[in-house]
Ligand binder design. Structure first.
Ligand code: GLU
Length: 423
């Protein structure tokens, strides 16, 4: 392997990148060496290998992970992803990002993440259910409403959360709705949860426009990824006055400089099963989409999409990170030099976990709120966190990412200090 390839692989290891982001904040906060050691590693990591009965007969083995990065401020919280390319390092990074995300929006959770190495498109619905239930059982030594609360992430849905809730409940002998969030409404899910991440992306995009002195009306946007986060963000941003010029999914993207009618696009997707071939657009690849001449870029797919390889060619002036970890630290340096503002993932996509918190609270109290109240509370929390992030970034003359980390890491460090080290 060439040394350039080694450097690039290191630059794209999400765990090393997450630790580098933490180190930047720890240096400015002047954290003690001991505290740095505590916070820059994960608290618990569980690797499970388990068999699933396949429809055609026979068994197939799968590998999965549940990682708790930190539980100082409350139970561990974070989603579960099903993806062929996930691994322990990715899940560790995602768990650490959850800790900072929850601390930044100031909800009483630590950070966790889970993953199973699987392409769910290769499984039948029954196989997917058996895999989910067995994985839930395997990680039940960690999860629970007071200890660790999973949620949806890449390729996991409300239905999958229902299977997890049911599995844990059957093992307990009674219903445990608060063990998982992002559930269907019928079993203790929350109003507003399915749209919460995209709503949060929209709220912070508007705040960022105000900070940059621009108006969402007429501001052009490209959205990479058309899953739960990307599709809801595109829809709600269009409603807020932004012009959505490009969207993409795993198969590629579409672009029109005049903007896309989101209702017609949704109807096209329902009709054809995808976004490709939407009339009046030209097709673009996922990497071309990132370099389009638009004002705002919303990466809402996977990690490492904006790296040192393409950061110099990004034309947007504002990036709002719907995905976790879409921008590498090397790219951050380039974007900052070029004066491009990045609203970091730990704020931009925090709407999901914030409404997950509301769901958990409602489940524990068996008292449910209306959607209007949920959306209002969400907006208040995100706007407050946005202002606190900006205040830190401005007073230290740093990027918004570092500003967000300064708020979040300090909260976890202070909680650790005040609890003291056991025994
Ligand atoms: N998977 C989402 C995230 O990355 C939501 C996590 C949750 O609601 O616990 O923030």
């Amino acid at each position: 392997m060439t040394s350039a390839a080694v450097v690039s692989m290191e630059a794209e290891n999400p765990w090393l990148n997450a630790q580098r982001q933490f180190d930047n904040a720890a240096a400015i906060l002047d954290l003690s060496p001991g505290l740095r050691e505590v916070l820059r590693d994960v608290r618990r990591e569980l690797v499970v290998r388990f068999p699933v009965k396949m429809d055609a007969g026979g068994l197939r083995m799968f590998e999965g992970y549940r990682v708790q990065h930190n539980v100082t401020r409350g139970p561990a919280k974070g989603g579960i992803r099903f993806h062929a390319a996930t691994d322990l390092d990715e899940v560790k990074a995602l768990a650490m990002w959850m800790t900072w995300k929850c601390a930044l929006v100031n909800i009483p959770f630590g950070g966790a993440k889970g993953g199973v190495v699987v392409d769910p498109a290769e499984l039948s619905h029954r196989e997917l259910e058996r895999l989910t239930r067995r994985f839930a059982s395997e990680i039940s030594v960690l999860v629970g409403p007071e200890s660790d609360i999973p949620a949806p992430d890449v390729n996991t849905s409300g239905e999958i959360m229902a299977w997890i809730m049911d599995t844990i409940s059957m093992e307990a002998g009674y219903s445990v709705p608060a063990v998982v969030t992002g559930k269907p409404l019928d079993i203790g899910g929350s109003e507003g949860r399915p749209t919460a991440t995209g709503r949060g992306v929209t709220i912070v995009a508007i705040e960022a426009c105000h900070r940059l002195g621009t108006d969402p009306h007429g501001t052009t946007v490209a959205v990479q990824g058309f899953g739960n986060v990307g599709s809801v963000s595109a829809h709600l941003m269009a409603k807020a006055g932004f012009t959505i010029c490009a969207v993409s999914d795993v198969t590629g993207g579409i672009y029109s400089e005049h903007g896309l009618d989101m209702d017609e696009l949704m109807a096209h997707r329902t009709r054809t099963g995808g976004i490709a071939g939407f009339p009046g657009t030209r097709s673009v690849s996922n990497s071309e989409l990132l370099e389009l001449p638009v004002d705002v870029l919303v990466p809402a797919a996977l990690e490492n999409q904006i790296s040192a390889r393409n950061a110099g060619r990004i034309q947007a002036r504002l990036i709002v990170e719907g995905a976790n970890g879409p921008t590498t630290p090397d790219a951050d340096v380039i974007l900052e030099k070029r004066g491009i503002t990045v609203v970091p993932d730990i704020l931009a996509n925090a709407g999901g976990v914030t409404v997950s918190y509301f769901e958990w609270v409602q489940d524990l109290q068996s008292l449910f709120w209306e959607e209007g109240e949920i959306n209002e509370r969400l907006e208040r929390i995100l706007r407050r966190a946005f202002a606190q992030m900006c205040e830190q970034a401005d007073s230290h003359s740093t990027s918004l990412r570092l500003g967000a980390y300064l708020v979040a890491v300090k909260r976890v460090a202070d909680a650790t200090a005040v609890r003291g080290i056991y025994p």
